[in-house]
Design a binder for this molecule. Structure first.
Ligand code: PRX
Length: 640
């Protein structure tokens, strides 16, 4: 396989080359792609100055990413399976789509979008469950140069509308409903509510999935099966500039509403393919399964783009790990003889808690590689994955990256880089991590800890945040001059291996999903009986972090009697979605604030963690006595 590293020596050599001569390094990789016109310059970049980031890869190159999935490889892969779709209910039949079939479906939907008036550069919002049409429609957008913005089908109407409005999407693709375990989600009903406040959407295409009855608005809504009827399956791809946006994906930060991370065409393509084949060491004919939802970046890069660009067979799973029982993941591994599995620590911990028999009763001998992503993996989960699932002979690849990075930045190459539990190990070729102190001074050497930044661009990095370039600068490039700020803290051990410790900002990683504390507080505060709230993360055995909310209510006495806590959870559910619902709500009469009115979250975080032994200096608080009251009423046991 081209551009695949096969030994540690080769990795070390590739890494050296990628640092000494990044242009030559990436040019060599990119020449294996199909270009309508080659680039004039490999990379042009600036990380400093208030216009930052100003980054262009493969400048003036012309291409279409779907031609690199289909036309580039079709002569050899037409009859090879591209996607296997495994339904939520194991009694329903799976679907196999070959590269040839997928190509036809993508072309047909591309033509359908054109018929609906979607043009290059228009935004298409996609709010679909994990069904083949989700893959088909995102590739169809890429085919015609429309920018897809996929919204996870667990988000609420308000969250959906916020994202549609921000991206000014012209078309929404959704379904009547979606299956998730033994529940269904009324996607069309939620969409209808969202559309009341989303004026830019002209047309809605609705896929029939659950068969529940939905209302269709005349002139706006059209059924998927009607929309594609008699539409041609031939389409010529739109020629895109290397830097034309490919997609927008919303993610949470410390402040404000989620921001639309923008990824562009050529760099993302080169990077997602290169990292996929190298990290997972994909071999021709392997069966690869990433358990994520395409609504998150992991699904974009490592269910769809990376694997399909590589010519892999990729499995798409509609359901959840525990339906119909806790053996479902291992059923699927056994059924398709999966070689590489890629999942999240939260799923590993949840399945570990169900007992080993669920795993051991299946034949998992096909497994070669065990991937993990989304949050730090604790040692116990790492060892269980390695020993019980992988029987001690499959490398665990702990992959660190972010929505903003487009692809994996720090990870072992499976079977090549020696692994150590809980360590993401070494940077991939082309990635230049640095650790800095609070002032931004680089901390050199090994056996150190600091804030993780990146000092040179890599092809898959974000280019901007949709509609607000300054926000991109402020969030990632304004803190330390000339560096991309990841928002994570990390250790570099004596051997130069990286271990990611976790977020340094007000972002909580709940089950591998990023949730901004400010977003949850905004939602809670919208409840009419809430005066103010403060939200922090606290250690949770399965989710990694849980959400702990300290809430001041108008009538404290009233709160308990009248089920205010449940109402608050419902409010968050309605405004964001179930993933953001607080696990713990503690009613308080005041919050620890400084004289200037800033909430000292550090104190609340410590109490949530159950450790009040080192609260630090609280004398600067406006009213230090609230701390004692909060400790006394804490919903967790607190050490003093
Ligand atoms: O804190 C890091 C954590 O997840 C954040 C990125 O979240 P998101 O953009 O939603 O993307 C998740 C999937 C790529 C990071 O800032 N994170 C991700 N992977 C790891 C991790 N923390 C520790 N170890 C990892 N392997």
């Amino acid at each position: 396989m081209t551009n695949k590293i096969t030994s540690l020596t080769e990795y070390l050599k590739a890494y050296q080359e990628s640092i000494a001569h990044p242009d030559d390094f990436w040019a060599k990789i990119a020449t294996t792609h199909f270009w309508r016109k080659s680039w004039d310059q490999v990379v042009k970049w600036r990380f400093d100055g208030d216009q930052a980031p100003d980054v262009q890869w493969f400048v003036n190159g012309k291409l279409n990413i779907t031609e690199n999935i289909f036309e580039r490889q079709l002569f050899m892969r037409e009859n090879q399976t591209a996607i296997i779709w495994e339904p939520n209910d194991p009694k329903e039949k799976e679907i196999y789509l070959t590269y040839g079939e997928l190509f036809e479906k993508v072309n047909q939907f591309a033509n359908t979008l054109l018929k609906l008036g979607v043009k290059k550069g228009d935004r298409v919002a996609i709010y679909l469950p994990m069904v083949p049409e989700l893959a088909i429609s995102m590739l169809a957008c890429a085919r015609i140069g429309a920018i897809h913005s996929i919204i996870f089908a667990g988000f609420s109407a308000t969250a959906l509308s916020d994202r549609i409005v921000d991206a000014q999407a012209k078309v929404l693709l959704t379904a009547d409903g979606g299956f998730r375990g033994n529940k269904t989600i009324a996607l069309k009903e939620i969409s209808d509510e969202a559309l009341e406040t989303s004026p830019t959407v002209e047309q809605v295409v609705v896929l029939k999935r659950t068969g529940e009855s939905v209302s269709m608005k005349e002139g706006r809504d059209i059924w998927w099966h009607d929309a594609i009827k008699n539409v041609s399956t031939e389409n010529t791809a739109e020629v895109m500039d290397a830097e034309d946006p490919l997609f927008i994906l919303y993610t949470s930060g410390s402040t404000g509403k989620p921001k639309g991370v923008v990824h562009t065409t050529a760099g993302y393509m080169v990077y997602s393919e290169y990292t996929f084949k190298n990290v997972f060491q994909y071999d021709e004919g392997d069966m690869y399964w990433c358990t994520a939802d395409i609504g998150w970046v992991t699904g974009h890069s490592y269910i769809i783009y990376g694997p399909l660009l590589t010519g892999a067979t990729t499995i798409m799973f509609e359901g959840i790990p525990t339906f119909p029982d806790a053996g479902r993941f291992w059923d699927i591994v056994d059924k398709y003889k999966v070689n590489q599995i890629y999942t999240a620590p939260t799923a590993i911990r949840a399945l570990m808690a169900q007992g080993d028999e669920w795993v051991t009763k299946h034949d998992l001998s096909s497994l070669k590689v065990l991937g993990t992503v989304g949050e730090p993996i604790n040692e116990e989960a790492w060892r269980w994955y390695h020993e019980v699932v992988g029987k001690g002979h499959c490398p665990v690849v702990d992959t660190w990256w972010q929505t903003e990075t487009g692809g994996i930045l720090i990870a072992p190459l499976a079977g090549i880089t020696p692994t150590k539990p809980t360590m993401a190990t070494l940077p991939l070729p082309g990635v230049q991590p640095v650790l800095v102190d609070q002032e931004g001074n680089e901390i050199k050497g090994n056996g150190v800890q600091g804030i993780l930044c990146i000092k040179h661009p890599w092809p898959g990095m974000l280019r901007t945040t949709w509609g607000d370039h300054d926000r991109c600068y402020q969030t990632y490039f304004s803190m330390y001059k000339g560096l991309y700020l990841t928002g994570d803290g990390a250790k570099r051990d004596e051997e130069g291996y990286y271990r990611i410790i976790g977020r340094i900002d007000d972002v909580i990683n709940v089950s591998g999903h990023r949730i901004g504390t400010a977003e949850v507080e905004d939602a809670i505060n919208q409840h009419p009986k809430v005066v103010e709230s403060a939200v922090v993360g606290y250690p949770h055995p399965i989710k990694g972090s849980g959400i702990y909310a300290y809430v001041i209510a108008e009538e404290m006495a009233d709160a308990q009697k009248n089920g205010l806590e449940d109402e608050i959870r419902d409010t968050v559910n309605r405004l964001i979605g179930p993933i953001a619902k607080p696990d713990v709500i503690q009613m308080v009469s005041g919050l620890p604030k400084t004289r200037s009115g800033k909430i000292m979250r550090r104190i609340l975080r410590k109490i949530g963690e159950g450790d009040a032994t080192q609260l630090g200096d609280i004398s600067t608080l406006l009213d230090p006595s609230v701390v004692e009251e909060i400790i006394a009423g804490a919903k967790v046991e607190v050490k003093r």
